[in-house]
Design a protein around this ligand. Structure first.
Ligand code: CA
Length: 236
């Protein structure tokens, strides 16, 4: 398999459907992992970090929507689940109420059964295309901090934090992988759009202001890893 191929996780309890989809999606170039129940699916999301989840709603242990809820409410730091993970709901429940409920809970798309394989393939490609243009979709949650890349609202323990445009861009970059140490030169390139060794003081100045704005009570964010760069928070 091409290591750059998008990886899919199929959570579906019906053996025939699961085998059919896994075989065909693999043949179409996707990496495919499968799970037959909601609990197994949640573990697979954490361990495999798929690019997209195909989620059946009628599962033997829990309704599939509980999986969707747990993904969307995930703290990207504590659980290692990306709350913006693309999810396509597959369901035998065709009534409108379920369709609306699926979207309200944050499904990226919804396909009632029975669906044609080619339609599913088209939906998967469309959702992956949208997701790749916005790698940091959805509200990012790190501990008590939330960062909304759409409204640019930042809250700490529910309280609004006002940031300058560059402070927000720096925070957004660090929040993409909260415990990773980002090199100063990489932050310069990604946030300021140029690479100049002497200008790392620009990163330091912004990081210092950002840390002050984000320190309330005992918890602090934006850790300076001396001589290397910054990370948003220390590993738990
Ligand atoms: Ca089912």
């Amino acid at each position: 398999m091409d290591p750059a191929a998008p990886s899919l996780l199929l959570i579906e309890d019906d053996d025939a459907t699961r085998a059919f989809l896994a075989e065909n999606l693999s043949a179409d170039g996707f990496g495919v992992a499968t799970a037959g129940a909601a609990g197994e699916g949640m573990r697979a999301i954490e361990v495999r970090k798929p690019d997209l989840v195909l989620l059946d709603l009628g599962l033997p242990d829990r309704n599939g929507l509980t999986v969707l809820d747990r993904v969307r409410s995930a703290d990207g730091l504590a659980s290692r689940i990306d709350p913006g993970l693309p999810v396509i709901v597959l369901s035998g429940r065709v009534d409108e109420a379920d369709r609306v409920r699926g979207f309200v809970r944050g499904a990226d798309d919804y396909l009632p059964k029975p669906f044609s394989y080619s339609e599913l393939l088209g939906r998967i490609r469309a959702v992956l295309r949208r997701a790749s243009g916005r790698p940091l979709r959805g509200v990012l949650r790190v501990g008590e901090l939330t960062v909304d890349p759409v409204t640019r609202a930042v809250r700490l323990a529910g309280e609004r934090v006002d940031l300058s445009a560059k402070e927000f861009a720096l925070l957004h970059a660090l929040a993409g992988d909260p415990t990773r140490v980002y090199l100063k030169n990489d932050l310069l390139r990604d946030v300021w759009g140029y690479a100049s060794i002497g200008a790392t003081r620009t990163v330091d100045a912004h990081a210092c202001r950002l840390r002050k704005k984000l320190s309330r009570g005992g918890r602090t964010y934006v850790t300076n890893v001396r001589g290397v760069g910054y990370r948003l928070t220390d590993p738990l």
